[in-house]
Design a protein around this ligand. Sequence first.
Ligand SMILES: Nc1ncnc2c1ncn2[C@@H]1O[C@H](COP(=O)(O)OP(=O)(O)OP(=O)(O)O)[C@@H](O)[C@H]1O
Ligand SMILES: [Mg+2]
Length: 437
Amino acid sequence: MIFENDYRVLAADNGYEALKILKDESPEVILLDVKMPRMNGIETLRKVKEITSVSKVIMITATKTVKNAVEAMKLGAEDYVTKPFDVDEIRLIVKKAMEAIDLMQEVKNLRSEVERSYNFDNIVGRTDGMKKIFQTIQQIADKRSTVAVYGESGTGKELIARAIHFNSKRAHKPFVAVNIAAIPETLIENELFGHEKGAYTDARERMQGKFELANGGTLFLDEIGELPMNTQVKLLRVLQEREFTRLGSAVSEKLDVRFIVATNRDLEEAMKQKQFREDLYYRINVVPLRIPPLRERKNDIHPLVNHVLNKICADEEGGLKHISKEALELLMEYRWPGNVRELENVIERCVAFSNGDGIEVDDLPVKFRSLQMDTASLDRDFVENGRSLSETIEEFEKKMIVNALKRTRGNKTKAAETLRITRKMLRYKVDKYGLYL
Ligand SMILES: Nc1ncnc2c1ncn2[C@@H]1O[C@H](COP(=O)(O)OP(=O)(O)OP(=O)(O)O)[C@@H](O)[C@H]1O
Ligand SMILES: [Mg+2]
């Protein structure tokens, strides 16, 4: 009667009836008497907990014996109210239980959101090179083997590292990322190992290092190639012994951490130059993952562009932007030294500056619009067909003009502009070479 106006209320005369209701319903809160005929409240509670872990149970009794209260709590009851109860009190208790449920649901939603953003759906890759990487990740995610991710800047090394973590049994444990290159050399050991109070002058409090913070989870050591030689020895020991010692401490502590390292440096070259220890290299190179540069997986470019466009358009309102065939062709020809990160920047810039609903050639940064010379084929022509220099230059000029016209869809004014010649000059050359598209 108290709750009828605020909640949907289901009533049961005894424990059996309550359990019957639970077959079809999953109430958020259950108010449960202790003294009941046939099956008492404690027994009912035990059975309720076997059926559902969602419902919060509040016990109600006339005689509050400590033994019953303790047992009910142990069995997972949320709270305990004695009769005769105060109406406001029980209202408050139920309200609190409902709030706790809402919070739990929110945490659950957020958690699955985090997981979703790092499962493979969010990593674009339809080329064989990327598919092979996904396959390897699935094979090794649940193992503790150290993974070494190699790839040029912006190829997605950190993204892959997170995907490994969030696809492993450690997903609910911490993922700690450390960028070695960003920490001054003198502070690296402090950051990794932590220190005891008084380990050195400035060590006023005990500090947990990254090893400790990642315990149970995954530690991502980015730019491992920048690790100073003397710290390399210490890291090697941690990897071998699965133990670490805080600075200023005499005792070592057990460590259960999955290590993922990444670098855009050529570690084999660094080894030759005695900048990277060979023994450490073999320790970390257990599962090597090489992410190919974007220019070696051109078929990922279009899906990546769409992925970025979707992401931007989900953040900001406005219609979904698309990219024209001609603009895409230019993106496919480009070398992408900054890989996916560069592509993200280019697309974001295009969307910001474009006023139509799609990306056109003119929206692209100048570096795309300047022509890519196909000198290799011209040179071959030059040698094989015994062309003269002036013939080769003419041939090249023809190509430039055709490309410019294609790109501007035959718009001579625009084509002349990109070639930085007058429209008249363009007309003359088109006539001279017979370049009618
Ligand atoms: N395959 C991919 N699919 C979707 N997004 C990607 C992909 N690869 C990289 N990205 C995006 O590109 C950006 C750069 O990726 P990330 O930071 O993981 O690269 P990195 O290799 O660690 O780069 P750096 O060497 O510069 O640290 C990120 O925003 C990431 O989300
Ligand atoms: Mg990175």
